[in-house]
Design a protein around this ligand. Structure first.
Ligand SMILES: C[S@@+](CC[C@H](N)C(=O)[O-])C[C@H]1O[C@@H](n2cnc3c(N)ncnc32)[C@H](O)[C@@H]1O
Length: 261
């Protein structure tokens, strides 16, 4: 285990790993999830839906949009079907830079990707996008003058207002060359009492998990052309058989993919 990994407080990356059935989590993470589920029975589907959106969006980007370069910010712990695996199923030469601020992601990513010439992982904070785009590994793996996709799936709601998530995304949109894409999901506050309840449970345990209104979600995509069907509940974005009928939390997560014209 990396010396930086703190197992005395829960980590979002490890909690998410636990919900998705992974093994890279500790007692403190499992206790946090169990408390969360007691207060919000069934809310784990938000993680499952989020991950399913990621798979559909990346498949769209690689198969339909022809994207071969990915910067996956807030990538999380490697689990099944990561961005590079989805992309490589279509084109093994696709390049991927994973970015996360949790040291455990860096440690596991390095081990997983040791022999991978097309994919790397860096530790950086999404609230400081210059540190991501000026990072030597990013410059080595991504041709920043050619179109790429920035993936911010299940990320922005962990960044507090005072760290200006919308400003970070605007900075990235400005940098992206024409023909690049942004894919994102976000937790939604839409006068739904459950949003407040889950937010309260999350913020009391991990200090973050901010549900934001439609307006803010739209702002993240300002100036981009939204791919059909636009900004919608994540399960309604090109559902491709993903079941949503009995998913009572489906209206708390939005997703969209936008293209820089
Ligand atoms: C819920 S996971 C999402 C993982 C993956 N993107 C997915 O959708 O399956 C959120 C990830 O964002 C990371 N994260 C949270 N805040 C971050 C920040 N400010 N900068 C970079 N990563 C961050 C967490 O460590 C965690 O790994």
């Amino acid at each position: 285990m990396s010396a930086d990994v703190d197992v005395s407080v829960p980590s979002v990356a490890r909690m998410y790993d636990y919900i998705l059935g992974g093994r890279d989590n500790y007692a403190v993470d499992r206790a946090a999830i169990e408390g969360l589920m007691m207060e919000n029975p069934g809310a784990q589907v938000l993680a499952v839906d989020n991950r399913a959106f990621m798979r559909r969006a990346v498949r769209f980007l690689v198969e339909d949009a022809g994207i071969r370069q990915f910067i996956d910010i807030g990538s999380g712990l490697p689990t099944q079907q990561n961005v590079h695996q989805i992309a490589h199923a279509v084109d093994p030469s696709a390049h991927v830079v994973y970015v996360d601020n949790d040291p455990i992601v860096l440690a596991h990513g390095r081990a997983l990707l040791a022999d991978n010439a097309t994919t790397t992982v860096i530790r950086a904070d999404a609230a400081d996008p210059a540190a991501i785009f000026d990072h030597p590994e990013t410059e080595k793996y991504i041709d920043l003058r050619s179109p790429y996709a920035v993936i911010m799936i299940g990320l922005l709601h962990w960044i507090p207002d005072e760290h200006d998530p919308a400003g970070a995304v605007a900075y990235i949109r400005h940098l992206m060359p024409r023909g690049s894409y942004l894919a994102a999901t976000n937790l939604l506050a839409d006068d739904d009492a459950r949003a407040q309840r889950v937010e309260q449970s999350l913020t009391s345990r991990v200090g973050a998990g901010f549900f934001r209104p439609w307006e803010q979600h739209r702002k993240y995509f300002e100036g981009l052309q939204l791919v059909e069907p636009g900004l919608v509940y994540a399960n309604d974005w090109r559902p491709d058989g993903h079941p949503s009928s009995d998913d009572s939390y489906a209206t708390l997560l939005t997703g969209a993919v936008g293209r820089k014209p």
